[in-house]
Design a protein around this ligand. Structure first.
Ligand code: ADP
Ligand code: ASP
Ligand code: MG
Length: 413
C-alpha cells in the first residue's frame, strides 16, 4: 500500500464530464488499496476570467481582494469533484486552504507556503476517506485567503505530498509527461522517462509551465517524488514497476545524461530600456533599487555605454509587471536622470537547458548560429551554468524553438 497525492490541472477538470472521468480515475487508484489525497485546479479558463475581472476594474488592484476573487475557482472544483466521487461510492470530502490549514506568508497573489497541518487529513485517509483539496490557495498570517501565483496548484500538491509523507505526487495534466520541449509547438518533441530536479527547475523558471517553478523547488528540497502524466489516457491497470509518465529525480538516478535536456520559451516577457543615464557608480542601484522595493522581478539585464558618457540599461520583466515598472521608473526619473524610457512587449525568451552543459562547450554557439541561419535577431543574452537564454522578437517564437530542437538533435525519428 502506498500513499499518493493526485493533482488534476484545469483542462483535466474543464467540465462535468471531465470531472466524472477524473473521479473514476481516483476510484481506480483507491481500489488498489492506496491511500489517496487529491488536489484540484480551477476549471480551465476560470482563473483567467477571474483575473480579467479584477484587471478590468483596476489594473493596479488590491492584492488581498484579487486573492479573494481568484481563489474561488478551486473551491468550486473541489466541491464538484467530492460530489462526483460520492456518486461513485467513494467517500470524499472537500477542503479549502484555511480548513486544513495550509498556512502561507502574506505576499498576496504570490504567497509562499509556510506549513501544512496534515494530521486531520491523515486520520481521514486512514479511515478510508479521500480529501479533495482546493489547490492554489492558503491562509495568510492575518487569516485572509492567499494564492500561490499562477500555476500554483502544482505547489499545493507537492507541499501536501511532503506534509503527508506521500510516496509520490502524481501531477495529472493534458500531456502524458515532460517533453524535450512543449509538444504543442514541436510535434516531434521527445517524451522523457526521467528528468532531474535541477533541469526541471531551470526549465520551469524559464517558461515551461508544465510544472510551477516553486513546486519543483519544493520537491527538490523535500525529496518528493513527482510524476507528470496524462489524465486523458485510457484508464488501465498500472503496469508493475513501470510508471506511465515522466518522473522527476535526482541526478544520480539518471544513467545517461544528455547535454541538452530541453528547450523552453516564454511569451510573458517585456523589454524595458532606460536610455541616456549618466554613467556613474550607483546607476544600477538607482534603477533596480526602486523596482526591487516595488517587488518587480527583473530578469535579463544588459548595460551598454555610449561614447557620450551616458549609458543605456536594458532589462526584461514579465508582461504583468510592466505597468508597475513604468510607474516606478517614471516616479524615480528625478533621481535616475534618464533621457528616455522605452518598452517593448513584442518579445519572447527562448532558453536551452541541460546539466551536461557544465562539461560540454559549444551549446551557446550552436544556439547563436542556428538563430542567425534563420535570420532571427538576438536582442539580449543571459547564461547560467546549465542554461542559455536569448530574447527575440515574439513572432519568431515557434520558428526558433523548432529550429533549436532540431539543431540539438532532439527531434524524434
Ligand atoms: P495544467 O492545467 O494541468 O496545470 P498546464 O497548462 O499548466 O496544465 O501545463 C501543461 C502544458 O504545459 C502542456 O499542455 C504543454 O503545452 C505545456 N508544456 C510546456 N513545456 C512542456 C514540456 N517541456 N513538456 C510537456 N509539456 C509542456
Ligand atoms: N488555477 C490556477 C491558475 O490557473 C492555479 C493552477 O491551475 O495551478 O493559475
Ligand atoms: Mg499548470
Amino acid at each position: 500500500m502506498a500513499r499518493i497525492v493526485m493533482k488534476f490541472g484545469g483542462t483535466s477538470v474543464a467540465d462535468l464530464d471531465r470531472i466524472r472521468s477524473v473521479a473514476a480515475r481516483i476510484k481506480c487508484q483507491v481500489a488498489t488499496g492506496d491511500e489517496v489525497a487529491v488536489v484540484v485546479s480551477a476549471m480551465a479558463g476560470v482563473t483567467n476570467q477571474l483575473v480579467g475581472h479584477c484587471q478590468a476594474l483596476s489594473p493596479l488592484h488590491d492584492a488581498r481582494e484579487y486573492d479573494a476573487v481568484v481563489a474561488t475557482g478551486e473551491q468550486v472544483t473541489a466541491g464538484l469533484l467530492a460530489i462526483a466521487l460520492q456518486m461513485l461510492g467513494v467517500e470524499a470530502r472537500s477542503w479549502q486552504g484555511w480548513q486544513i490549514p495550509l498556512r502561507t506568508d502574506d505576499a498576496h497573489g504570490r504567497a509562499r507556503i509556510e506549513s501544512v497541518e496534515a494530521s486531520t487529513l491523515i486520520a481521514r485517509m486512514q479511515a478510508g476517506q479521500v480529501p479533495v483539496v482546493a489547490g492554489f490557495q492558503g491562509v495568510g498570517p492575518n487569516g485572509r485567503v492567499t494564492t500561490l501565483g499562477r500555476g500554483g496548484s502544482d505547489t499545493s500538491a507537492v507541499a501536501l505530498a511532503a506534509a503527508l509523507d506521500a510516496d509520490r505526487c502524481d501531477i495529472y495534466t493534458d500531456v502524458d509527461g515532460i517533453y524535450t520541449t512543449d509538444p504543442r509547438i514541436v510535434p516531434r518533441a521527445r517524451k522523457r522517462d526521467r528528468i532531474t530536479y535541477e533541469e526541471m527547475l531551470e526549465l520551469a523558471s524559464v517558461g515551461a509551465k508544465v510544472l510551477q517553478t516553486r513546486s519543483v523547488e519544493l520537491a527538490m528540497k523535500q525529496r518528493v517524488r513527482v510524476q507528470v502524466l496524462s489524465s486523458f489516457a485510457e484508464l488501465a491497470a498500472p503496469e508493475e514497476g513501470r510508471l506511465p509518465g515522466t518522473l522527476v529525480v535526482d541526478e544520480d538516478e539518471i544513467l545517461e545524461q544528455e547535454i541538452v535536456a530541453g528547450i523552453a520559451y516564454s511569451r510573458d516577457e517585456a523589454k524595458v530600456t532606460v536610455r541616456r543615464v549618466p554613467d556613474r557608480p550607483g546607476v544600477a542601484a538607482a534603477v533596480f533599487g526602486p523596482l526591487a522595493d516595488a517587488h518587480v522581478n527583473v530578469d535579463m539585464i544588459v548595460q551598454s555605454t555610449g561614447a557620450d558618457g551616458s549609458t543605456d540599461m536594458t532589462f526584461t520583466t514579465s508582461k504583468s509587471d510592466l505597468a508597475r515598472t513604468i510607474k516606478v521608473l517614471e516616479g524615480a526619473r528625478g533621481v535616475i536622470q534618464y533621457g528616455e524610457l522605452l518598452t517593448d512587449s513584442e518579445v519572447a525568451k527562448i532558453s536551452v537547458v541541460g546539466v551536461g552543459m557544465r562539461s560540454h562547450a559549444g551549446v551557446a554557439n550552436t544556439m547563436f548560429r542556428t538563430l542567425s541561419e534563420r535570420s532571427i535577431n538576438i536582442q539580449v543574452i543571459s547564461t547560467s551554468e546549465i542554461k542559455v537564454s536569448v530574447l527575440i522578437g515574439l513572432e519568431y517564437t515557434e520558428l526558433a524553438v523548432r529550429a533549436l530542437h532540431g539543431a540539438y538533435g532532439l527531434d524524434v525519428g
